[in-house]
Design a binder for this molecule. Structure first.
Ligand code: NAD
Length: 339
């Protein structure tokens, strides 16, 4: 079994990707410093797969930690999820974000070169597109000046990878630009575990429905969209995880230094209110929400053109928005039962 190092593998997207790796015949090796996750996820992973995955608690900015991993394991490829991801916090503590998100990529690339590990899948984001002028967004859509230090770290990391591959470094890289990951594993054994007040819509919805938050505020209903609320492209986290497996398999056929970006989204734009209605439908309960003022800095509408990833990687999403809401809600309820 090929061993794949997953940095940030105890986190939301990394943990789901560990399952899909295992299901596809790879062995995930998880490196996480637990700065935004907890080791309980390993129990969830074991109950889904029947396998206790190798877990190293450590910082991927630390070359010694990586060196130890390559002493203990023959690593065939890397999926680099580890990063801080709070847009708001990044505006308050930009250096924390540059140090971790950009710094960890540099350390990782250095280590990969020493160990002659060639394949890398990098977590990028649709945030690099800002508010696109033309929709849907293709990979050729120009990137815009980042609205936050977090967004800028993704842009900078992409640029580093482009330059590195141009230098003929022996590396093959795919950057996946995620749209809005939502949902949870259908088993309800793993899912999103936001620490503190959720920054994203769906955990806020499910926590409100569970009575943890009093009400959800929809920021603006007077935009130029079908119902006035913002439009996003919600992609089920298991579909997103699957895109990483497709990317790794694609890279392994390449013989030359290689770099490519792919959008990963459902290809559909849904308004915030449509997401709420989908939740109400699958949960059978009315959500307590209010319409508030517009939130400065919000992208009004964005969704992905997924032609490239469908045609080149042979990936397509299998879950609907309602599936995502059902799985998120079941996960929230499972969390409540554990307490
Ligand atoms: N969730 C989203 O909405 C979204 C959208 C676009 C891109 N992304 C990117 O996808 C990746 C994964 O996101 P996620 O939602 O799973 O986040 P997450 O916070 O759940 O997972 C990231 C994991 O990385 C770990 N980590 C952070 N810094 C580390 C370090 N230096 N060493 C080791 N571990 C470290 C954290 O403890 C956490 O478990 C991130 O790079 C994020 O920027 C996420």
């Amino acid at each position: 079994m090929k061993k794949i190092l997953i940095t940030g593998g105890a986190g939301y997207i990394g943990s789901h990707t560990a399952v899909e790796l295992w299901n596809s015949g790879f062995e995930p090796i998880i490196l996480d410093d637990l700065s935004n996750s907890n080791s309980g996820v390993l129990d969830g992973l074991e109950s889904i797969t029947g396998k206790r995955f190798t877990f190293i608690q450590g910082d991927c900015n630390d070359l010694a930690v990586l060196e130890q991993i390559s002493k203990d394991h023959h690593i065939s490829g890397v999926i680099h999820f580890a990063a801080f991801k709070s847009v708001g916090e990044s505006t308050q503590l930009p250096l924390k974000y540059y140090k971790n998100n950009v710094g960890s990529l540099l350390v990782l690339l250095d280590w990969m070169a020493r160990q002659e590990i060639k394949d890398l899948v990098f977590s990028s984001s649709c945030t690099v597109y800002g508010q696109p002028e033309v929709l849907p967004v293709t990979e050729a859509t120009p990137r815009q000046e980042a609205e936050s230090p977090y967004g800028n770290t993704k842009k900078i990391c992409e640029d580093i990878l482009v330059d590195y591959v141009k230098s003929k470094a022996p590396i093959r890289v795919i950057s996946l630009r995620y749209f809005n990951p939502v949902g949870a594993h259908p088993s309800s054994k793993i899912g999103e575990l936001p620490l503190g007040v959720p920054q994203n819509l769906v955990p806020y919805i499910t926590q409100t429905a569970a009575g943890i938050r009093e009400k959800l505020t929809v920021f603006g209903n007077d935009y130029d969209t079908p119902d006035g609320s913002c439009v996003r492209d919600y992609i089920h986290v298991v579909d997103l995880a699957d895109a990483h497996i497709k990317a790794l398999s694609f890279l392994s056929d390449k013989t030359e230094p290689f770099y490519e970006v792919f959008n990963v989204g459902s290809g559909n734009g849904n308004t915030v209110l449509e997401a709420i209605y989908a939740f109400e439908k699958v949960s059978g309960q009315a959500l307590n929400y209010v319409i508030g003022p517009r939130r400065p800095g919000d992208v009004v509408k964005t969704w992905a053109d997924t032609t490239k990833i469908r045609e080149v990687l042979g990936w397509s999403p299998k879950f609907s928005l309602e599936d995502s809401m059902r799985d998120s809600w079941n996960w929230q309820k499972a969390l409540g039962e554990r307490k």
